[in-house]
Design a protein. Structure first.
Length: 83
């Protein structure tokens, strides 16, 4: 009985980040919010990586590539999660 529950929990854990990625909205407000959050990160490595991803998201948004923008913005947000 525990094995099916453990399997379901594992699948749900894998699906959550993918689902969260699809909910990322690439717009000026989201970019600004992410910039503010990145400014508050104390871990230098996380701050640098999140800032790089945010820059790539901005570049993609400028190029009108919203899927790429969402992907990079999602990565930037993911990098902040462990603050």
């Amino acid at each position: 009985m525990l094995k099916p529950i453990a399997t379901l929990a594992f699948v749900a854990a894998l699906a959550s980040p993918a689902f969260a990625q699809t909910n990322v909205v690439c717009d000026e407000a989201s970019i600004m919010r992410a910039e503010q959050q990145i400014a508050q990160i104390n871990d230098g490595t996380k701050k640098i990586e999140s800032a790089k991803e945010l820059t790539l998201a901005k570049d993609a948004m400028t190029a009108n590539d919203l899927e790429k923008c969402k992907s990079h913005l999602g990565n930037a947000i993911k990098g902040m999660d462990a603050m």
